[in-house]
Design a binder for this molecule. Structure first.
Ligand code: ARG
Length: 461
């Protein structure tokens, strides 16, 4: 007795090479629980359509319960002859309830509508776990922001000192993209909440089954409008791949800054021992491996998405076996994020921030030059001219090797008559920060409000 689901029209078995190539249980076995849940729902619609008696339904459900327990305990596992998770579980089901009832369960469904449904069930479940882990990281960033609410650092553009900003403002600029990734997962989940069960191989079923009741039992909001679309679309999987890749890129950008900040040259942060690694030869080393792995694995997540899209491109309708290749990349994306996120959260939560060092560098590189220009604008000077004047101050400072607030009254006046000693009011980091008080700005009052809104947004999900 073969476990194959399609032997009837063949006179011989498949070649070894084909059997090996065809095998997918090493990948899709993780869908076993969802496959069994689908079988339960399917047994119920078979009963509702009169294709199973009440007694058969009870026996089938009890058999599925036993099968699930055996899958969970490891007592039942796929064997080499089982082509995929569906084949293996049908074998297990038949072993438990006998060939007569065991053979009835497949009526009105196909592995094509099964797999299209199961992957959505699995990814929807994982999306919730990943969203929770993304929010944990956003919370760790918010906590560091709050714990270091007064710390200033030189904000950068082009990696050059630009204007002073609050560290909290900077950290939250990493948290908001993570919150948007969570929003993306939530939006995605609504589109993914469509069951393909009942689509059959591609054309639907003639057995009078009720796809909507299967959909409801499996936690979907509805059944597919179109059985061809139901079995052959994988945009849902690709979109999940995109959100994963985007989250990977967001992690990578945060990681890159942690790597820079932990260098001797920056000395902005120290990594906790539990979240850094040593060198096998250099005893003094403390390496930011978590951040580097985040940066590296973002490439892998992008690759998962590219691979998925390349698989889908040019596929004719409806189901093609190529579609089996959707699972490895998207499972890899799930596994990668679920490894990375807790490590990143731990690394961020345990960072020691060197606020004095950041503050010391905040005004360096003439980061207050924009404040001079904007002060001049408030005195009625056109911005074009104000920009020139502030630039000339920087030139003078560079020549003399001093900072903007160290220019004498005479030196200021020599640059421009508009530069009265009053300009010094804005030549402090604190003054510069406070002046940037429009919505979204780095002024301490705005940043505190922002922190509240970030916390609210995190709590909302
Ligand atoms: N294992 C397949 C997949 O993952 C489902 C099986 C469909 N096979 C078939 N010959 N129609 O897509």
């Amino acid at each position: 007795q073969t476990t194959r689901l399609w032997g009837g029209r063949f006179s011989g078995g498949p070649s070894d090479a084909l059997a090996q190539l065809s095998l997918s249980t090493h990948v899709d076995w993780r869908l076993a629980r969802h496959d069994i849940a689908g079988s339960r729902a399917h047994a119920r619609v078979l009963y509702a359509s009169g294709l199973l008696t009440g007694e058969e339904l009870e026996t089938a459900l009890a058999g599925l319960d036993r099968l699930e327990a055996d899958v969970e305990s490891g007592a039942f596992t796929p064997v080499l002859e089982d082509e995929d998770v569906h084949t293996a579980l049908e074998r297990g089901f038949i072993e438990r309830v006998g060939p007569e009832l065991g053979g009835r369960l497949r009526a009105g469904r196909s592995r094509n509508d099964q797999i299209a449904t199961l992957i959505r069930m699995y990814l929807r479940e994982q999306s919730r776990a990943i969203a929770g882990e993304l929010l944990d990281l956003a919370t760790a960033l918010a906590d560091q922001a709050e714990a270091n609410i007064d710390v200033v650092l030189p904000g950068r553009t082009h990696l050059q000192h630009a204007q002073p900003v609050l560290l909290a403002h900077h950290l939250m600029a990493h948290a908001w993209p993570l919150v948007r990734d969570v929003q993306r997962l939530r939006d995605w989940d609504q589109r993914a909440a469509v069951s393909a069960y009942g689509s059959g191989a591609l054309a639907g079923s003639s057995l009078g089954l009720d796809p909507e009741s299967v959909a409801a039992e499996l936690g979907f909001t509805e059944a597919a409008e179109n059985s061809i679309d139901g079995t052959s679309a994988r945009d849902t999987v690709a979109e999940f791949g995109f959100v994963s890749a985007m989250a990977g890129v967001d992690l990578s950008r945060l990681a890159e800054e942690v790597i820079l900040w932990a260098t001797a040259e920056f000395s902005f942060v120290t990594l906790d021992d539990a979240f850094s690694t040593g060198s096998s030869i250099m005893p003094q080393k403390k390496n930011p491996d978590i951040a580097e792995l985040a940066r590296g694995k973002s490439g892998r997540l992008i690759g998962d998405l590219s691979g998925l899209l390349a698989t889908l491109k040019g596929l004719p309708l409806a189901y093609n076996r190529d579609l089996q290749e959707d699972k490895e990349p998207v499972f890899d994306a799930v596994d990668t994020l679920r490894l990375l996120l807790p490590a990143m959260t731990g690394m961020v939560a345990t960072l020691t921030v060197h606020g004095e060092r950041m503050a010391e560098l905040a005004p360096r590189g003439y980061t207050l030059a924009t404040d001079v220009a904007e002060w001049l604008v408030r005195q009625g000077v056109p911005f074009r001219e104000a920009h020139e004047i502030a630039g000339a101050c920087v030139r003078t400072c560079e020549k003399r090797g001093v900072d903007l607030n160290e220019l004498s009254d005479d030196e200021l006046a020599a640059v421009s008559a508009h530069l009265t000693p009053d300009v010094r009011q804005v030549l402090t980091v604190a003054g510069s920060l406070e002046s940037r008080a429009s919505k979204g700005g780095t002024a301490p009052v705005r940043v505190r409000e922002q922190l509240g809104r970030l916390r609210d947004e995190i709590a909302r999900h």
